[in-house]
Design a protein around this ligand. Structure first.
Ligand code: CAA
Length: 247
C-alpha cells in the first residue's frame, strides 16, 4: 500500500486516537487535529510510537470555525504535505430532552459536528480531485440512523453527515475520490462513559452483542475504507453497532 497523508479531526480523543493508530499501522503519515493539548499530543505520539508509527503531526484547529480550518490546512500543507485521506471524526454531545434544550446546545452541536464537515472537507477535496485520488470518511452515529431520546441535536447532525456523504460521493466519484459514512454504535469512550451509569446499562442491555464497541474496531473499518482496496465503495453508510440498529 502506498504511503498517504491522513488527517483525523479530534484525533487525540478515544475514537480518534484508535483511528490514527490504525491508519498509521497501515503505513500512512497521520495528522490529528485537536482543540486542547495539556500534554495530550505527547501522549498520543508516544502511543503511536509504541505501535511502530513514527510519522505523525498534531495541529490545533477549532473545526466549527472556518478561519481556524483555513489556518490549519495552510499549516498542514507547509509542514507535512497534501492530504489524501480526511476522517471527519471530531464531535460533541449536549444531550437533553427537546423540551429542556437551549438554543446554545443546538448551535454548538450542529456547528461542531456538521458545519465542521464542510469546513474541513472544503480545505482538501479539490486537491484530492486534482490529484485523482482521495478518501473521505465521515464518522456519524447509530443515533443518526435511529434517533435517540435526548439527542435531537446530535442525531440531526449525524444524519446530516450522511446526506453530505451521498452528495459529495456523486460529485467526486469520477475523480478517484470516495466519500463514505461510518456509523458507530455505543463505544467504550469517554463520551459514552460520561453518561449516567444506569442509562448506559439500559442501553448495553439493548445491544444484541451485550457489550460496548471497542474504538479499535472502528479504526480497522476506517483504515479499510481509506485503503486502495476500497475504491469501489462510495456514498455508503456502514453500520458498526453490535446489532443495535439493523437495516
Ligand atoms: N425513552 C422514553 N422516555 C424516556 C427515555 C427514553 N429513552 N429516557 C427518559 N425518558 C422519560 C423519563 O422516564 C421521564 O419521564 P417522566 O417525566 O414521565 O417521569 C422523562 O423522560 C424525563 O425527561 P427529562 O427531560 O427530565 O430527561 P432527563 O433530564 O431525566 O434525562 C437525558 C434526559 C439526559 C437525555 C437522558 O434521557 C439520557 O441520558 N439519555 C441517553 C442519551 C444518549 O443515549 N446519549 C448518547 C451519548 S453517547 C453518543 O452519542 C455516542 C454515539 O454516537 C452513540
Amino acid at each position: 500500500m502506498s504511503k498517504k497523508i491522513a488527517l483525523v479531526t479530534g484525533g487525540l480523543g478515544g475514537l480518534g486516537s484508535a483511528i490514527t493508530a490504525q491508519l498509521g499501522r497501515a503505513g500512512h503519515t497521520v495528522i490529528a487535529t485537536y482543540t486542547s493539548d495539556n500534554g495530550r499530543v505527547e501522549k498520543w505520539q508516544g502511543h503511536l510510537r509504541e505501535q511502530g508509527v513514527e510519522s505523525s503531526y498534531a495541529v490545533h484547529c477549532d473545526v466549527s470555525d472556518w478561519a481556524s480550518c483555513q489556518a490549519m490546512a495552510e499549516e498542514v500543507r507547509s509542514e507535512v504535505g497534501e492530504v489524501d485521506i480526511v476522517v471527519n471524526n471530531a464531535g460533541i454531545t449536549k444531550d437533553s430532552s427537546f423540551k429542556k434544550m437551549p438554543k446554545e446546545s443546538w448551535d454548538a452541536v450542529l456547528r461542531t459536528n456538521l458545519d465542521s464537515v464542510f469546513n474541513v472537507t472544503k480545505q482538501f477535496a479539490d486537491g484530492m480531485a486534482e490529484r485523482g485520488w482521495g478518501r473521505i470518511v465521515n464518522i456519524a452515529s447509530v443515533n443518526g440512523r435511529k434517533g435517540q431520546f435526548g439527542q435531537t441535536n446530535y442525531a440531526s447532525s449525524k444524519a446530516g453527515m450522511h446526506g453530505f456523504t451521498m452528495s459529495l460521493a456523486q460529485e467526486l466519484a469520477r475523480k478517484g475520490v470516495t466519500v463514505n459514512t461510518v456509523s458507530p454504535g455505543y463505544l467504550a469512550t469517554s463520551m459514552v462513559m460520561g453518561m449516567k451509569e444506569e442509562v448506559r446499562q439500559q442501553i448495553i442491555e439493548q445491544i444484541p452483542v451485550k457489550r460496548l464497541g471497542e474504538p479499535e474496531e472502528i479504526g480497522s473499518l476506517v483504515a479499510y475504507l481509506a485503503s486502495e482496496d476500497a475504491g469501489f465503495i462510495t456514498g455508503a453508510n456502514i453500520d458498526i453497532n453490535g446489532g443495535l440498529h439493523m437495516e
